[in-house]
Design a protein around this ligand. Structure first.
Ligand SMILES: NC(=O)c1ccc[n+]([C@@H]2O[C@H](COP(=O)([O-])OP(=O)(O)OC[C@H]3O[C@@H](n4cnc5c(N)ncnc54)[C@H](O)[C@@H]3O)[C@@H](O)[C@H]2O)c1
Length: 291
């Protein structure tokens, strides 16, 4: 199958890599040659690490790289595509423009996937002449390590396209969960709910962040506690999602004061060195932060 990925950033290059590793012919497209090259360089680096760690053989790496082509011209990039996945920045207007440009250049039966993590796929699809060919393919970061892809079914998505998308996800060795297009899909909605409640518990003095996280790790077998995860994702990112889920789904997603206060203070988690925990310059946790 021919897969074109539009947007060769963090996610797009990863989606290109996992598609090529599964044997598909892949084209990577971005707005200029430097960005296309940077995306392909990133794939080379990740595959080199895979070889070093013994996860990928040299011949698998070489075969995957040989299947990836970088093309800047959109018409050429999508000319043979069976599936186009857009992974451009999270902006509805931009994504709708990109989707309509792809629709007019790609074969009429090409499936149009979006890697949006939060925008309504139904609204994105509504820009198309044939919205039934659109579907959300929500990969997780980094795509080569994360097993899950949420297949987000828009109001207009046809059953054939849904079946095509789940087959593609399984074919690249990942687990598909099929989700109706609703705010936060399945994963963000549940993940954010847990993170917000954990933050409220810190605020109410129920337990320390360390004990709340240990409770979920040791008692529920979560690989990471909800506050550690909030620090990793970024408190600002979590606050934005909580506010948009509150608008859509109601007061149960009301962000706690502690989250707002920390974001206002610039304590955004691991990336700034302070969130619910403190981190050293290597990003290693050094202890709890003030709260
Ligand atoms: N980063 C994450 O953890 C993550 C996880 C899941 C989903 N997502 C979603 O994936 C999408 C991309 O995120 P990212 O983190 O890879 O962003 P990124 O900024 O790393 O990459 C975006 C790329 O799109 C390119 N681009 C912009 N306009 C373009 C156009 N018109 N045509 C082609 N390329 C264009 C940019 O040059 C850039 O290389 C977003 O919708 C985001 O919400 C991100």
């Amino acid at each position: 199958m021919h897969v074109t990925v539009v947007g060769a950033g963090q996610m797009g290059s990863g989606i290109a890599q996992v598609s090529a590793m599964a044997g598909h012919d892949v084209v990577v497209r971005d707005i200029d040659a430097d960005r296309v090259e940077a995306g392909i360089d990133g794939i080379e680096d990740t595959l080199a690490e895979g070889v070093e760690r013994g996860k990928v053989s040299e011949s698998e790496r070489d075969a995957a790289l040989a299947r990836i082509d970088g093309i800047v011209d959109l018409d050429d990039a999508v000319a043979d595509a069976d599936l186009v996945v857009e992974a451009v920045p999270e902006d509805m207007e931009l994504k709708q423009d990109v989707f309509t440009d792809i629709e007019s250049a790609a074969p009429a039966d090409a499936v149009l996937g979006s890697n949006t993590s939060s925008l309504p796929v139904t609204e994105l699809a509504s820009a198309l002449d044939d919205p039934s060919r659109a579907i959300g393919l929500h990969f997780f970061n980094p795509p080569h390590l994360m097993n899950l892809v949420e297949v987000v079914v828009a109001e207009q998505t046809s059953e054939d396209i849904e079946a095509f998308a789940t087959d593609y996800v399984e074919d690249i060795g990942k687990e598909a969960v099929v989700v109706r297009d609703t705010p936060g899909f399945a994963t963000s909605r549940l993940g954010v709910a847990l993170g917000l409640e954990a933050a409220r518990m810190v605020e109410e003095g129920v337990a320390s962040p360390g004990d709340i996280d240990a409770g979920m790790r040791e008692g529920y077998n979560h690989p990471m506690g909800p506050l550690e995860l909030t620090d990793l994702v970024g408190l600002d990112v979590r606050l934005d999602i909580a506010e948009s889920l509150r608008d859509e789904l109601g007061e149960r997603f009301k962000p706690p004061q502690i989250l707002k206060r920390k974001v206002r203070a610039g304590d955004l988690g691991k990336k700034t060195g302070t969130g619910f925990y403190e981190y050293d310059e290597n990003g290693d946790k050094t202890g709890p932060a003030d709260y």
